[in-house]
Write a protein that binds this ligand. Structure first.
Ligand code: ADP
Ligand code: MG
Length: 177
């Protein structure tokens, strides 16, 4: 997938109330403005990468890109599960992510148990994948030090980044919010 790694950030908004949190796997939703900037070659499915809330620490994450029921499944949605236990919810905070790897396509499951065990499998796969040197280096990318600049929607794409991010920014892949 040529668009990976893909950097983006945006405000965490309310999701679809599917009760992900009750399953033990809360997913922070990005607003439409972020989803609309996804390059065409990033299709639906499960991805892994790095995430940080506000100016906090950078953690491993798994992201599901799926179809948004609010738009009759004509638009995508991006839901990030950060592999960390937070003390509180972080609606309204800026979530910064870099998607680095593709794990599997979206699929439907026969039972809730099957779904939960698939997601837990994705989390385990993400943990191992992200420890490879190629992916580990993105954890410390300058992108994660510039999250405060995202409060201004126009400045995020012109913020100085490391060379890899600058290339991405030139392609317009960094989303304001
Ligand atoms: P919603 O339908 O509003 O997205 P969820 O049940 O999916 O509700 O819960 C998502 C919310 O849980 C996030 O927006 C965030 O504020 C909070 N949250 C707490 N811990 C995490 C985590 N580890 N990863 C993602 N979101 C988390
Ligand atoms: Mg959610």
């Amino acid at each position: 997938m040529k668009s990976l790694p893909y950097f983006c950030r945006g405000e965490v908004v309310r999701g679809f109330g599917r009760g992900s949190k009750e399953l033990g796997i809360p997913t922070a939703n990005f607003p439409d403005s972020v989803v609309e900037h996804l390059p065409a070659d990033i299709g639906t499915g499960i991805y892994c990468g790095w995430a940080c809330v506000g100016s906090g620490d950078v953690y491993k994450m798994v992201m599901s890109i799926g179809w948004n029921p609010y738009y009759k499944n004509t638009k995508k949605s991006m839901e990030t599960h950060v592999i960390h236990t937070f003390k509180e919810d972080f609606y309204g905070e800026v979530l910064s992510v870099v998607m680095v790897g593709y794990i599997r396509p979206e699929c439907s499951f026969d039972s809730l148990e099957a779904l939960i065990s698939a997601i837990n499998g994705d989390i385990e796969e993400a943990k191992v994948k992200l420890d490879t040197p190629e992916h580990l280096k993105l954890k410390t990318d300058n992108f994660f030090n510039s999250s405060s600049s995202s409060s201004s929607s126009s400045s995020s794409s012109s913020t100085p980044h490391s060379p890899s991010v600058a290339t991405t920014a030139e392609n317009g892949f960094i989303n304001g919010h």
